[in-house]
Design a protein around this ligand. Structure first.
Ligand SMILES: Cc1cc2nc3c(=O)[nH]c(=O)nc-3n(C[C@H](O)[C@H](O)[C@H](O)COP(=O)(O)OP(=O)(O)OC[C@H]3O[C@@H](n4cnc5c(N)ncnc54)[C@H](O)[C@@H]3O)c2cc1C
Length: 499
Protein backbone atom coordinates (compact mmCIF):
# COMPACT_ATOMS: atom_id res chain seq x y z
CA UNK A 1 0.00 0.00 0.00
CA UNK A 2 1.36 3.44 -0.93
CA UNK A 3 1.45 6.53 1.25
CA UNK A 4 -1.08 8.21 -1.04
CA UNK A 5 -3.41 5.32 -0.65
CA UNK A 6 -5.58 5.67 2.40
CA UNK A 7 -8.50 6.93 0.30
CA UNK A 8 -11.18 5.32 2.39
CA UNK A 9 -9.67 6.37 5.67
CA UNK A 10 -9.35 9.96 4.46
CA UNK A 11 -12.96 9.87 3.29
CA UNK A 12 -14.01 8.77 6.75
CA UNK A 13 -11.96 11.58 8.34
CA UNK A 14 -13.31 14.17 5.90
CA UNK A 15 -16.82 13.07 6.84
CA UNK A 16 -16.00 13.36 10.54
CA UNK A 17 -14.56 16.84 9.90
CA UNK A 18 -17.72 17.96 8.07
CA UNK A 19 -19.88 16.48 10.83
CA UNK A 20 -17.88 18.29 13.49
CA UNK A 21 -18.58 21.62 11.78
CA UNK A 22 -22.27 20.97 11.30
CA UNK A 23 -23.27 19.17 14.54
CA UNK A 24 -21.29 20.82 17.23
CA UNK A 25 -22.78 23.47 19.48
CA UNK A 26 -21.25 26.87 18.83
CA UNK A 27 -18.57 27.86 21.36
CA UNK A 28 -18.78 31.09 23.25
CA UNK A 29 -17.16 34.08 21.51
CA UNK A 30 -13.41 33.97 22.14
CA UNK A 31 -13.36 37.64 23.17
CA UNK A 32 -15.87 36.82 25.94
CA UNK A 33 -14.54 33.46 27.12
CA UNK A 34 -10.98 34.72 27.25
CA UNK A 35 -11.75 38.32 28.16
CA UNK A 36 -9.76 39.86 25.28
CA UNK A 37 -9.60 43.58 24.56
CA UNK A 38 -9.95 44.62 20.91
CA UNK A 39 -6.88 46.42 19.51
CA UNK A 40 -7.55 49.76 17.81
CA UNK A 41 -7.98 48.44 14.27
CA UNK A 42 -10.35 50.19 11.89
CA UNK A 43 -13.90 48.83 11.76
CA UNK A 44 -15.06 47.63 8.37
CA UNK A 45 -17.21 50.11 6.42
CA UNK A 46 -19.29 49.78 3.24
CA UNK A 47 -16.64 51.62 1.26
CA UNK A 48 -14.07 48.95 2.24
CA UNK A 49 -16.37 46.18 1.07
CA UNK A 50 -16.78 47.94 -2.27
CA UNK A 51 -12.98 48.01 -2.69
CA UNK A 52 -12.64 44.33 -1.80
CA UNK A 53 -15.44 43.41 -4.20
CA UNK A 54 -13.61 45.24 -6.95
CA UNK A 55 -10.53 43.10 -6.23
CA UNK A 56 -12.04 39.60 -5.83
CA UNK A 57 -15.50 40.02 -7.36
CA UNK A 58 -18.82 40.10 -5.46
CA UNK A 59 -19.11 36.32 -5.29
CA UNK A 60 -15.78 35.98 -3.54
CA UNK A 61 -16.46 38.55 -0.85
CA UNK A 62 -18.74 36.58 1.50
CA UNK A 63 -20.88 38.37 4.06
CA UNK A 64 -23.38 35.69 5.07
CA UNK A 65 -23.22 32.18 6.53
CA UNK A 66 -19.75 32.78 7.94
CA UNK A 67 -19.89 30.33 10.85
CA UNK A 68 -17.57 27.79 9.21
CA UNK A 69 -14.94 30.57 8.90
CA UNK A 70 -15.49 31.98 12.40
CA UNK A 71 -15.44 28.71 14.39
CA UNK A 72 -12.46 26.37 14.43
CA UNK A 73 -12.66 22.66 13.66
CA UNK A 74 -12.27 21.72 17.31
CA UNK A 75 -15.09 23.99 18.37
CA UNK A 76 -12.94 25.76 20.93
CA UNK A 77 -12.79 29.33 19.61
CA UNK A 78 -15.19 31.67 17.82
CA UNK A 79 -14.57 34.96 16.10
CA UNK A 80 -17.01 37.47 14.73
CA UNK A 81 -15.77 38.33 11.25
CA UNK A 82 -18.26 40.02 8.96
CA UNK A 83 -16.29 39.42 5.76
CA UNK A 84 -14.50 36.50 4.12
CA UNK A 85 -12.39 37.22 1.04
CA UNK A 86 -11.43 34.48 -1.40
CA UNK A 87 -8.74 35.77 -3.75
CA UNK A 88 -7.77 33.77 -6.84
CA UNK A 89 -4.20 35.00 -7.33
CA UNK A 90 -1.13 36.37 -5.60
CA UNK A 91 -1.88 39.77 -7.13
CA UNK A 92 -5.33 39.78 -5.53
CA UNK A 93 -3.84 38.85 -2.14
CA UNK A 94 -1.31 41.67 -2.57
CA UNK A 95 -4.02 44.21 -3.43
CA UNK A 96 -6.12 43.15 -0.41
CA UNK A 97 -3.21 43.39 2.03
CA UNK A 98 -1.97 46.71 0.65
CA UNK A 99 -5.45 48.17 1.20
CA UNK A 100 -5.88 46.59 4.67
CA UNK A 101 -2.49 47.89 5.74
CA UNK A 102 -3.26 51.43 4.61
CA UNK A 103 -6.68 51.35 6.32
CA UNK A 104 -5.39 49.42 9.38
CA UNK A 105 -7.93 46.65 8.91
CA UNK A 106 -6.93 43.42 10.66
CA UNK A 107 -6.70 40.19 8.64
CA UNK A 108 -6.86 36.50 9.58
CA UNK A 109 -5.32 34.23 6.91
CA UNK A 110 -7.14 30.91 6.72
CA UNK A 111 -6.34 27.60 5.05
CA UNK A 112 -8.41 24.46 5.70
CA UNK A 113 -9.27 25.69 9.24
CA UNK A 114 -8.12 22.43 10.83
CA UNK A 115 -5.57 24.09 13.15
CA UNK A 116 -5.64 23.15 16.82
CA UNK A 117 -4.53 26.30 18.64
CA UNK A 118 -7.18 28.82 17.66
CA UNK A 119 -5.04 30.65 15.11
CA UNK A 120 -7.09 30.03 11.96
CA UNK A 121 -10.19 31.99 12.96
CA UNK A 122 -10.55 35.64 13.98
CA UNK A 123 -10.75 36.72 17.61
CA UNK A 124 -12.86 39.81 16.84
CA UNK A 125 -13.92 41.08 13.43
CA UNK A 126 -10.73 40.52 11.44
CA UNK A 127 -11.29 40.06 7.71
CA UNK A 128 -10.85 36.35 6.93
CA UNK A 129 -8.53 35.82 3.97
CA UNK A 130 -9.27 32.32 2.70
CA UNK A 131 -6.74 30.78 0.32
CA UNK A 132 -9.20 28.10 -0.78
CA UNK A 133 -9.43 29.24 -4.41
CA UNK A 134 -5.66 29.32 -4.86
CA UNK A 135 -5.45 25.56 -5.22
CA UNK A 136 -3.48 24.89 -8.42
CA UNK A 137 -0.64 22.42 -8.67
CA UNK A 138 1.92 24.32 -10.75
CA UNK A 139 4.36 21.52 -11.57
CA UNK A 140 5.74 18.23 -10.32
CA UNK A 141 9.07 17.00 -11.66
CA UNK A 142 8.99 13.21 -11.72
CA UNK A 143 12.80 12.98 -11.84
CA UNK A 144 13.75 15.26 -8.96
CA UNK A 145 10.45 15.18 -7.03
CA UNK A 146 10.44 19.00 -6.95
CA UNK A 147 6.88 20.26 -6.76
CA UNK A 148 5.31 23.71 -6.79
CA UNK A 149 1.73 24.54 -5.91
CA UNK A 150 -0.46 27.37 -4.75
CA UNK A 151 -0.96 27.68 -1.00
CA UNK A 152 -4.63 26.66 -1.03
CA UNK A 153 -3.89 23.28 -2.56
CA UNK A 154 -5.34 20.53 -0.35
CA UNK A 155 -2.62 18.22 0.95
CA UNK A 156 -4.41 15.07 -0.20
CA UNK A 157 -4.90 16.44 -3.74
CA UNK A 158 -1.20 17.18 -4.03
CA UNK A 159 -0.34 13.77 -2.66
CA UNK A 160 -2.67 12.02 -5.11
CA UNK A 161 -1.05 13.88 -8.01
CA UNK A 162 2.43 13.03 -6.71
CA UNK A 163 1.35 9.41 -6.34
CA UNK A 164 0.55 9.23 -10.09
CA UNK A 165 4.24 9.99 -10.68
CA UNK A 166 5.43 7.43 -8.12
CA UNK A 167 6.21 10.17 -5.61
CA UNK A 168 4.93 11.00 -2.16
CA UNK A 169 4.44 14.33 -0.35
CA UNK A 170 6.71 14.07 2.70
CA UNK A 171 3.88 15.00 5.08
CA UNK A 172 0.87 13.01 6.21
CA UNK A 173 -1.68 13.90 8.85
CA UNK A 174 -5.23 13.06 9.83
CA UNK A 175 -6.56 16.34 8.39
CA UNK A 176 -5.06 15.60 4.97
CA UNK A 177 -8.37 15.75 3.15
CA UNK A 178 -9.06 19.34 4.33
CA UNK A 179 -5.81 21.08 5.29
CA UNK A 180 -3.94 23.26 2.79
CA UNK A 181 -0.25 23.16 1.96
CA UNK A 182 -0.10 26.87 2.89
CA UNK A 183 -1.64 26.03 6.29
CA UNK A 184 0.79 23.14 6.72
CA UNK A 185 3.73 25.42 6.02
CA UNK A 186 2.36 28.18 8.25
CA UNK A 187 2.02 25.77 11.18
CA UNK A 188 5.16 23.77 10.32
CA UNK A 189 2.89 20.74 10.59
CA UNK A 190 4.58 17.52 11.69
CA UNK A 191 2.31 14.53 11.40
CA UNK A 192 2.85 10.82 11.08
CA UNK A 193 6.07 10.58 9.09
CA UNK A 194 8.49 13.09 10.54
CA UNK A 195 10.47 10.02 11.67
CA UNK A 196 11.04 9.28 8.00
CA UNK A 197 11.12 12.60 6.16
CA UNK A 198 11.94 15.19 8.82
CA UNK A 199 9.86 18.36 9.18
CA UNK A 200 8.94 21.05 6.65
CA UNK A 201 12.03 23.16 7.34
CA UNK A 202 13.83 20.40 5.45
CA UNK A 203 11.41 19.63 2.65
CA UNK A 204 10.14 23.12 1.75
CA UNK A 205 12.49 24.42 -0.94
CA UNK A 206 10.94 27.81 -1.44
CA UNK A 207 7.96 30.06 -0.81
CA UNK A 208 6.17 33.00 -2.30
CA UNK A 209 4.84 35.27 0.43
CA UNK A 210 2.80 38.46 0.39
CA UNK A 211 3.87 40.82 3.15
CA UNK A 212 1.52 42.95 5.22
CA UNK A 213 2.11 46.00 2.99
CA UNK A 214 1.18 44.04 -0.13
CA UNK A 215 4.75 43.51 -1.33
CA UNK A 216 5.30 40.13 -3.00
CA UNK A 217 8.40 38.35 -1.72
CA UNK A 218 9.58 35.72 -4.19
CA UNK A 219 11.55 33.08 -2.30
CA UNK A 220 10.61 30.21 -4.62
CA UNK A 221 13.39 27.77 -5.46
CA UNK A 222 13.74 24.58 -7.45
CA UNK A 223 16.88 23.48 -5.68
CA UNK A 224 17.74 21.57 -2.57
CA UNK A 225 20.91 23.59 -2.19
CA UNK A 226 20.84 27.38 -2.21
CA UNK A 227 23.16 29.01 0.29
CA UNK A 228 22.77 32.54 -0.95
CA UNK A 229 22.33 34.86 1.99
CA UNK A 230 19.88 34.58 4.87
CA UNK A 231 17.40 31.70 4.64
CA UNK A 232 14.34 33.90 4.81
CA UNK A 233 11.80 31.20 3.95
CA UNK A 234 12.31 29.67 7.40
CA UNK A 235 10.84 32.79 9.02
CA UNK A 236 7.48 32.03 7.42
CA UNK A 237 7.48 28.28 8.14
CA UNK A 238 5.52 28.03 11.39
CA UNK A 239 4.75 31.79 11.57
CA UNK A 240 1.00 31.07 11.76
CA UNK A 241 0.09 33.84 9.35
CA UNK A 242 1.54 36.57 11.56
CA UNK A 243 4.43 37.58 9.28
CA UNK A 244 3.03 37.21 5.77
CA UNK A 245 0.56 35.29 3.64
CA UNK A 246 2.05 32.26 1.91
CA UNK A 247 0.79 32.12 -1.68
CA UNK A 248 3.05 29.49 -3.31
CA UNK A 249 5.10 26.61 -2.01
CA UNK A 250 7.93 24.62 -3.56
CA UNK A 251 8.37 21.25 -1.93
CA UNK A 252 10.63 18.24 -2.36
CA UNK A 253 8.60 15.05 -2.76
CA UNK A 254 10.16 11.66 -1.98
CA UNK A 255 10.04 8.51 -4.09
CA UNK A 256 6.99 6.38 -3.40
CA UNK A 257 7.96 3.41 -1.17
CA UNK A 258 7.46 0.13 -3.02
CA UNK A 259 6.48 -1.85 0.07
CA UNK A 260 4.71 -0.94 3.29
CA UNK A 261 3.96 -2.96 6.39
CA UNK A 262 2.26 -2.05 9.63
CA UNK A 263 2.52 -3.72 13.03
CA UNK A 264 0.02 -3.06 15.85
CA UNK A 265 1.47 -4.10 19.18
CA UNK A 266 0.14 -4.47 22.72
CA UNK A 267 2.59 -3.63 25.52
CA UNK A 268 2.52 -4.14 29.29
CA UNK A 269 3.88 -0.77 30.46
CA UNK A 270 5.56 2.41 29.25
CA UNK A 271 9.04 1.05 29.93
CA UNK A 272 8.31 -1.68 27.38
CA UNK A 273 7.15 1.01 24.91
CA UNK A 274 10.51 2.75 25.24
CA UNK A 275 12.47 -0.48 24.83
CA UNK A 276 10.42 -1.40 21.77
CA UNK A 277 11.05 2.02 20.23
CA UNK A 278 14.78 1.71 20.87
CA UNK A 279 14.79 -1.75 19.31
CA UNK A 280 12.76 -0.50 16.31
CA UNK A 281 15.31 2.25 15.66
CA UNK A 282 18.16 -0.23 15.84
CA UNK A 283 16.60 -3.10 13.94
CA UNK A 284 14.23 -1.45 11.48
CA UNK A 285 16.22 1.78 11.15
CA UNK A 286 16.32 2.39 7.39
CA UNK A 287 12.76 1.18 6.74
CA UNK A 288 11.00 2.62 9.80
CA UNK A 289 8.51 5.25 8.55
CA UNK A 290 6.12 5.81 11.50
CA UNK A 291 6.26 5.12 15.23
CA UNK A 292 3.09 6.03 17.10
CA UNK A 293 1.82 5.24 20.59
CA UNK A 294 -1.76 5.05 21.92
CA UNK A 295 -2.70 4.48 25.56
CA UNK A 296 -5.67 2.38 26.67
CA UNK A 297 -7.99 5.35 27.51
CA UNK A 298 -7.44 6.77 24.01
CA UNK A 299 -8.31 3.45 22.40
CA UNK A 300 -11.39 3.29 24.63
CA UNK A 301 -12.51 6.73 23.37
CA UNK A 302 -12.09 5.46 19.79
CA UNK A 303 -14.30 2.47 20.56
CA UNK A 304 -16.88 4.53 22.47
CA UNK A 305 -17.42 6.95 19.60
CA UNK A 306 -16.64 5.10 16.36
CA UNK A 307 -17.38 1.65 15.05
CA UNK A 308 -13.84 0.34 15.06
CA UNK A 309 -12.47 -3.11 15.42
CA UNK A 310 -8.95 -3.28 16.91
CA UNK A 311 -7.14 -6.54 16.12
CA UNK A 312 -5.95 -6.76 19.74
CA UNK A 313 -7.22 -5.15 22.93
CA UNK A 314 -6.92 -5.23 26.71
CA UNK A 315 -3.39 -3.77 27.04
CA UNK A 316 -2.26 -0.55 28.75
CA UNK A 317 -0.28 0.64 25.71
CA UNK A 318 -0.28 0.11 21.96
CA UNK A 319 2.25 0.95 19.28
CA UNK A 320 1.87 1.34 15.53
CA UNK A 321 5.11 0.67 13.70
CA UNK A 322 5.13 1.23 9.97
CA UNK A 323 7.90 0.28 7.57
CA UNK A 324 8.34 1.69 4.08
CA UNK A 325 10.98 0.08 1.91
CA UNK A 326 11.63 -1.37 -1.49
CA UNK A 327 11.35 -5.12 -0.92
CA UNK A 328 8.22 -6.50 0.68
CA UNK A 329 9.67 -9.92 1.54
CA UNK A 330 12.80 -8.49 3.09
CA UNK A 331 10.88 -5.82 5.05
CA UNK A 332 8.29 -8.29 6.31
CA UNK A 333 10.97 -10.72 7.39
CA UNK A 334 12.69 -7.95 9.36
CA UNK A 335 9.45 -6.82 10.98
CA UNK A 336 8.42 -10.36 11.93
CA UNK A 337 11.81 -11.01 13.47
CA UNK A 338 11.67 -7.73 15.39
CA UNK A 339 8.21 -8.56 16.84
CA UNK A 340 9.32 -12.12 17.66
CA UNK A 341 12.33 -10.89 19.64
CA UNK A 342 10.19 -8.27 21.45
CA UNK A 343 7.75 -11.01 22.47
CA UNK A 344 10.53 -13.30 23.66
CA UNK A 345 11.81 -10.51 25.89
CA UNK A 346 8.31 -9.86 27.24
CA UNK A 347 8.39 -6.27 25.96
CA UNK A 348 5.62 -6.97 23.46
CA UNK A 349 2.72 -9.05 24.79
CA UNK A 350 0.67 -9.37 21.66
CA UNK A 351 0.77 -8.03 18.15
CA UNK A 352 -0.45 -8.27 14.64
CA UNK A 353 1.11 -7.39 11.31
CA UNK A 354 -1.55 -6.06 8.95
CA UNK A 355 -2.47 -8.36 6.13
CA UNK A 356 -2.99 -6.11 3.18
CA UNK A 357 -4.17 -2.59 2.53
CA UNK A 358 -7.59 -3.00 4.11
CA UNK A 359 -6.30 -4.06 7.50
CA UNK A 360 -3.67 -1.32 7.39
CA UNK A 361 -6.44 1.23 6.91
CA UNK A 362 -8.42 -0.23 9.79
CA UNK A 363 -5.42 -0.02 12.10
CA UNK A 364 -4.47 3.52 11.04
CA UNK A 365 -8.03 4.62 11.82
CA UNK A 366 -7.43 3.75 15.49
CA UNK A 367 -4.72 6.38 15.60
CA UNK A 368 -6.04 8.98 13.19
CA UNK A 369 -9.58 9.16 14.57
CA UNK A 370 -8.34 9.44 18.17
CA UNK A 371 -8.39 13.27 18.41
CA UNK A 372 -11.90 13.38 16.99
CA UNK A 373 -13.09 10.58 19.27
CA UNK A 374 -11.87 12.54 22.30
CA UNK A 375 -13.61 15.69 21.07
CA UNK A 376 -16.85 13.71 21.04
CA UNK A 377 -16.76 13.40 24.84
CA UNK A 378 -18.10 16.99 24.79
CA UNK A 379 -15.19 19.39 25.22
CA UNK A 380 -11.52 18.49 24.92
CA UNK A 381 -8.47 20.39 26.14
CA UNK A 382 -5.68 19.42 23.72
CA UNK A 383 -1.98 19.70 24.56
CA UNK A 384 0.86 18.98 22.18
CA UNK A 385 4.15 18.64 24.00
CA UNK A 386 7.71 17.68 23.20
CA UNK A 387 9.13 15.81 26.17
CA UNK A 388 12.25 13.87 27.01
CA UNK A 389 11.31 10.26 26.33
CA UNK A 390 11.97 9.14 29.90
CA UNK A 391 9.18 11.51 31.05
CA UNK A 392 6.97 11.04 28.00
CA UNK A 393 4.07 9.33 29.74
CA UNK A 394 4.49 10.12 33.46
CA UNK A 395 3.03 13.57 32.76
CA UNK A 396 -0.29 11.94 31.77
CA UNK A 397 -0.53 10.25 35.18
CA UNK A 398 0.44 13.47 36.94
CA UNK A 399 -2.27 15.44 35.10
CA UNK A 400 -4.85 12.73 35.77
CA UNK A 401 -4.13 13.10 39.47
CA UNK A 402 -4.24 16.91 39.21
CA UNK A 403 -7.69 17.14 37.57
CA UNK A 404 -9.31 14.24 39.45
CA UNK A 405 -13.03 13.67 38.87
CA UNK A 406 -13.50 16.95 36.96
CA UNK A 407 -12.36 15.15 33.81
CA UNK A 408 -14.10 12.43 31.85
CA UNK A 409 -10.78 11.13 30.53
CA UNK A 410 -7.12 12.08 30.59
CA UNK A 411 -5.31 10.38 27.74
CA UNK A 412 -1.99 10.32 25.91
CA UNK A 413 -1.10 9.26 22.39
CA UNK A 414 1.16 10.62 19.72
CA UNK A 415 4.30 10.66 17.69
CA UNK A 416 6.57 8.71 20.04
CA UNK A 417 9.24 8.57 17.34
CA UNK A 418 9.55 12.38 17.55
CA UNK A 419 9.17 12.64 21.38
CA UNK A 420 5.84 14.38 20.68
CA UNK A 421 2.99 13.61 23.08
CA UNK A 422 -0.63 14.62 22.47
CA UNK A 423 -2.17 14.94 25.92
CA UNK A 424 -5.94 15.39 26.27
CA UNK A 425 -8.36 16.15 29.05
CA UNK A 426 -12.00 15.64 28.13
CA UNK A 427 -15.20 16.67 29.89
CA UNK A 428 -18.86 17.05 29.00
CA UNK A 429 -18.60 20.81 28.59
CA UNK A 430 -16.02 23.57 29.00
CA UNK A 431 -15.64 24.90 32.54
CA UNK A 432 -13.30 27.57 33.86
CA UNK A 433 -12.70 25.42 36.92
CA UNK A 434 -11.20 22.55 34.92
CA UNK A 435 -9.32 24.96 32.66
CA UNK A 436 -7.68 26.57 35.70
CA UNK A 437 -6.77 23.15 37.13
CA UNK A 438 -4.89 22.30 33.94
CA UNK A 439 -3.29 25.61 32.98
CA UNK A 440 -0.71 26.90 33.75
CA UNK A 441 0.05 23.70 35.70
CA UNK A 442 0.69 21.60 32.58
CA UNK A 443 3.00 24.20 31.05
CA UNK A 444 4.96 24.73 34.26
CA UNK A 445 5.36 20.98 34.57
CA UNK A 446 6.54 20.71 30.96
CA UNK A 447 8.99 23.54 31.56
CA UNK A 448 10.37 21.73 34.61
CA UNK A 449 10.97 18.67 32.43
CA UNK A 450 12.75 20.92 29.87
CA UNK A 451 10.13 20.05 27.28
CA UNK A 452 8.46 22.28 24.69
CA UNK A 453 4.93 23.60 25.33
CA UNK A 454 4.14 23.08 21.68
CA UNK A 455 5.62 20.40 19.47
CA UNK A 456 3.83 20.72 16.13
CA UNK A 457 0.51 22.57 16.34
CA UNK A 458 1.86 26.06 16.99
CA UNK A 459 1.12 28.71 19.60
CA UNK A 460 -1.82 30.48 17.98
CA UNK A 461 -4.28 32.17 20.30
CA UNK A 462 -4.79 29.45 22.88
CA UNK A 463 -1.14 28.98 23.91
CA UNK A 464 0.27 32.47 23.56
CA UNK A 465 0.41 33.13 27.31
CA UNK A 466 2.67 30.11 27.64
CA UNK A 467 5.26 30.86 24.97
CA UNK A 468 7.49 32.11 27.80
CA UNK A 469 7.86 28.54 29.07
CA UNK A 470 9.68 27.53 25.90
CA UNK A 471 11.35 30.74 24.70
CA UNK A 472 13.70 33.05 26.58
CA UNK A 473 12.80 36.74 27.07
CA UNK A 474 15.58 37.59 24.58
CA UNK A 475 14.12 35.25 21.95
CA UNK A 476 10.61 36.66 22.46
CA UNK A 477 11.97 40.22 22.16
CA UNK A 478 13.63 39.29 18.87
CA UNK A 479 10.37 37.72 17.63
CA UNK A 480 8.64 41.03 18.40
CA UNK A 481 11.29 42.92 16.44
CA UNK A 482 10.83 40.62 13.43
CA UNK A 483 7.05 41.09 13.62
CA UNK A 484 7.46 44.88 13.81
CA UNK A 485 9.78 44.86 10.81
CA UNK A 486 7.50 42.77 8.58
CA UNK A 487 4.12 43.96 9.84
CA UNK A 488 4.57 47.39 11.49
CA UNK A 489 0.80 47.96 11.86
CA UNK A 490 0.27 44.49 13.30
CA UNK A 491 -2.62 43.72 10.92
CA UNK A 492 -1.66 40.09 10.25
CA UNK A 493 -3.38 37.61 12.52
CA UNK A 494 -3.42 39.84 15.61
CA UNK A 495 -3.90 38.34 19.12
CA UNK A 496 -1.94 35.25 18.01
CA UNK A 497 1.53 33.90 18.96
CA UNK A 498 2.77 37.07 20.71
CA UNK A 499 0.95 38.85 23.54
C1 LIG B 1 -7.91 15.14 12.34
C2 LIG B 1 -6.75 16.08 12.50
C3 LIG B 1 -5.48 15.57 12.64
C4 LIG B 1 -4.38 16.43 12.74
N1 LIG B 1 -3.13 15.89 12.86
C5 LIG B 1 -2.06 16.70 12.92
C6 LIG B 1 -0.75 16.14 13.00
O1 LIG B 1 -0.55 14.94 13.06
N2 LIG B 1 0.28 17.01 13.01
C7 LIG B 1 0.12 18.37 12.96
O2 LIG B 1 1.11 19.11 12.97
N3 LIG B 1 -1.12 18.90 12.90
C8 LIG B 1 -2.19 18.11 12.88
N4 LIG B 1 -3.46 18.66 12.81
C9 LIG B 1 -3.61 20.12 12.86
C10 LIG B 1 -3.78 20.81 11.50
O3 LIG B 1 -4.31 19.96 10.57
C11 LIG B 1 -2.47 21.38 11.01
O4 LIG B 1 -2.05 22.40 11.87
C12 LIG B 1 -2.52 21.92 9.58
O5 LIG B 1 -1.21 22.18 9.15
C13 LIG B 1 -3.36 23.18 9.44
O6 LIG B 1 -3.57 23.44 8.06
P1 LIG B 1 -4.84 24.28 7.58
O7 LIG B 1 -4.75 24.47 6.12
O8 LIG B 1 -6.08 23.67 8.09
O9 LIG B 1 -4.55 25.67 8.28
P2 LIG B 1 -5.53 26.55 9.16
O10 LIG B 1 -6.01 25.76 10.31
O11 LIG B 1 -6.53 27.20 8.32
O12 LIG B 1 -4.51 27.67 9.69
C14 LIG B 1 -3.49 27.35 10.59
C15 LIG B 1 -2.60 28.59 10.77
O13 LIG B 1 -1.93 28.87 9.56
C16 LIG B 1 -2.28 30.17 9.07
N5 LIG B 1 -2.41 30.05 7.62
C17 LIG B 1 -3.15 29.19 6.91
N6 LIG B 1 -2.91 29.34 5.60
C18 LIG B 1 -2.00 30.32 5.49
C19 LIG B 1 -1.32 30.94 4.40
N7 LIG B 1 -1.54 30.55 3.15
N8 LIG B 1 -0.44 31.93 4.66
C20 LIG B 1 -0.19 32.32 5.93
N9 LIG B 1 -0.79 31.78 6.98
C21 LIG B 1 -1.67 30.79 6.77
C22 LIG B 1 -3.57 30.54 9.78
O14 LIG B 1 -3.68 31.94 9.93
C23 LIG B 1 -3.36 29.85 11.11
O15 LIG B 1 -2.55 30.65 11.91
C24 LIG B 1 -4.57 17.82 12.72
C25 LIG B 1 -5.87 18.35 12.57
C26 LIG B 1 -6.96 17.48 12.46
C27 LIG B 1 -8.32 18.06 12.25
Amino acid sequence: MSLGRIGKLQFCIAKAIRRAYSNAGIPELTQVRHNVKRSPFTELEDKDIAVFESIVGNRNALREDLQAYNVDFWNTVRGNSKLVLKPASTQEVAAILKYCNERKLAVCPQGGNTGVVGSSVPVFDEVVLSLARMNKIIHIDDITGITACEAGCILENLDNKACELDLVVPLDLGAKSSCHIGGNVSTNAGGLRVVRYGNLHGSVLGLEVVLANGEILDLMSDFKKDNTGYHLKHLFIGAEGTLGVVTKVSLLCAPQPQAQNLAFLGLPNFDAVLKTFQSAKRNLGEILSACEMIDAPTLQADLDHFELNPPISGYPFYMLLETSGSNVTHDLEKLNKFVEIGMEKGEIIDGTIAKGARQMQEIWKLRELAPMALGKDGYCFYYDLSLPLRDFYSIVDVLREQVGPLATRVTGFGHLGDSNLHLQVTCTEYTDELHRKIEPFIYEYTHKLKGSVNAEHGIGFLKKNYLKYSKSPEAIAMMRDVKKLLDPNGILNPYKVLN
